[in-house]
Every structure is written in C-alpha cells, then in structure tokens.
Design a protein around this ligand. Structure first.
Ligand code: GLU
Length: 315
C-alpha cells in the first residue's frame, strides 16, 4: 500500500483504461507542425510512477515523442529554482488565461504580465529568464540538465521536429516580439524563441513523464534516482499552476471531471501530479480542438474517477 493506493489497484486500473480506450479513434494529430501530423496515431501508453520509484506501465510507454508543452512545466521549475516564487509571480504570473495555448489576445488583454509560464507567451518569457541570461548554449544546457534530473534520463532532441517547428512557428514569432514590446521578455527575443522551440522538440517517453510527475508529487525528490531536484516549497507552486491552466481554456472542465493537476502537450502527452501519491502520464497523438490528447485524457480521467482520490477529495 502506498499512501492509500496499492500498486495492485493502480496496475489493474491502468490495464482497464488501456483496454477500454485503445481502439478509440476520436481526435486528430496536431497538423500545424508537419512532423506531428505524421506520427502513428494508434500509439497509446499509460504509465504511473509510485512513491518508491516503481513504474507501472502498459502500451507504448517507451516510444519517444515530442514533449511540446509539457516542457513548459519543467522550465517553470527551473526558473522558480533560479529566481524564487515571488519573482516569477511578479515577472510572469500564475493565472489562467482562459484562452488557447498560443493566444496573442491573452497578451493584449494582460499586458502588465504574460500570465503563466504554462502557455506559449509565458513559456517564451520563462525561457528568456533562464540563467545565464545572454548565452544560448549555457541556457540550453541548463534547460536540458533540469529535464534530465526531473525525468532521470537525458532527453534528446528530435531534430526533424525541431526543423519542422522552426519553419512553421510564425504565431510564436509574433508572440516573442509582442512580449518585447511590453518589456516582458528578458533576453534576446529570437534566441528565446529558438530555445523554446528546441525544448518543445525534445523527445520524451510516457515513462519519463510519469517519473517527472512523481518528482513533483514527491516534493522535488526524484523517486527513481533519489536525487533532490528542487526545493520542497516549490512543489505546491507547480501543482497550483497545473491546476490553474494545464489544459488551457478547458482546465476547469478537466479539474472538475478528473481532480488531477496535469499538463498536456500537442505531441499527445499528458503528465499528471497527485501530491504525495504518484505521478502519472499517458500518451496518444490524436488531439481535441484545444490541443489536448483525447485518449490520454479519457484514460487518466477513468483512472482518477475509479480511484476517487483526486486533489480535491478529503483524506
Ligand atoms: N511547440 C508548441 C507550440 O508552441 C507547443 C504547444 C502545445 O504543446 O500546446 O505551438
């Protein structure tokens, strides 16, 4: 038994969810980034990482896919470590935008700050803050080192995805320069955008995302490597950000139906965090209209409802 949830129970729920949704054909791969449109849409995996580091996994949990927006959480952790929570609240924010992930309107409406590191604008701003400011190579090393510590393995760049995204990211280019207009980007805008695009193009697996989620759930200590990755007091700050905006404009619906603070990425991954209990991830490329994986949502929601142990349940 681990904090009230046995591994046997988790194993049987993960297996059930996999069987129940594996043939679901709803949704469509992201197509605004050409590489993502070509990924096999039948891929599907679910993995949980328990507090002792044991991984319970089914399906395509070792397939390497684009981390995309889940990387926003990882780099938010890095700048929270480098600057502290108060500075991040002041320079970026921790609020929901209520708008799509790539919204320019959200910046226009909230010009006093970009709102949260978990949408494109705030994430580009977050990357611009990564120290050492002014040095692209060292910033990149800090970003990848941090992800390696959170996941327990070094992620590698999917070059083809990076190229594909770099030649098609016109909306994000506009965001970077609009942030410059409002003095909310803290390093060179083009360099910040490039680093953001590169971090989104890192390859990750559902297994690694589950470990990252468990590191957050475990107050900053990676339960597999046992390394302390970040300060304990930052863990609730990360979870609060996930619960506020992890599913973009549908975060309220997601939290209402699942009780699981989580972050999605257009690569098809979702990483969930249940503080003190476990990290959980699911991966399936077809997305709904807001850019959130359909099958991964269904699977995680199913597991959470069966467990009846969401973040809002009393215990
Ligand atoms: N790299 C993607 C973009 O900036 C990430 C979006 C997402 O995963 O939600 O458009």
């Amino acid at each position: 038994m681990m904090n009230g949830i046995s591994k046997e129970r988790m194993r049987s729920l993960i297996d059930e969810a996999y069987e129940k949704f594996k043939d679901d054909k709803t949704g469509k791969n992201a197509d605004y980034i050409p590489y993502l449109a070509r990924v096999d849409s039948k891929l599907f995996g679910i993995a949980a990482c328990m507090p002792d580091g044991e991984i319970i996994a089914v399906g395509d949990c070792d397939y390497i896919f684009g981390v995309e927006s889940v990387s926003k959480v990882m780099t938010a952790i890095l700048i929270l470590e480098q600057y502290g929570a108060d500075t991040i609240l002041h320079m970026i924010g921790a609020d929901a935008t209520g708008m799509p992930f790539n919204s320019v309107m959200a910046i226009l409406l909230e010009k006093n700050h970009p709102t949260t590191p978990l949408v494109n604008a705030g994430a580009i701003s977050a990357v611009s803050m990564v120290r050492p400011v002014g040095n692209s190579d060292d910033k990149w090393k800090a970003i990848v080192d941090n992800i390696e510590r959170l996941c327990g393995e070094r992620p590698r760049l999917i070059e083809e995805l990076y190229k594909s995204e770099s030649v098609s990211n016109f909306n994000n280019r506009a965001i970077a320069w609009l942030l410059k207009h409002y003095n909310r980007i803290y390093d060179d805008p083009d360099m910040s955008l490039d680093l953001y695009t590169r971090q989104c193009s890192l390859g990750i697996t559902a297994r690694q995302l589950a470990i990252c989620g468990a590191t957050i759930a475990n107050d900053g200590v990676n339960p597999v490597t046992k390394e302390k990755v970040f300060e304990k007091r930052l863990a609730p700050k990360i979870t609060a950000m996930l619960a506020a905006v992890g599913f973009y404009e549908h975060t309220g619906d997601w939290m209402f139906t699942s009780g699981l603070p989580a972050k999605t990425g257009v690569g098809g991954g979702i990483m969930g965090v249940l503080p003190g209990r476990f990290g959980i991830a699911a991966f399936a490329p077809p997305l709904d209209g807001s850019g959130n994986s359909v099958k991964a949502q269904k699977a995680l929601r199913y597991i959470m409802n069966k467990l009846e142990t969401g973040i809002y349940n009393s215990f």
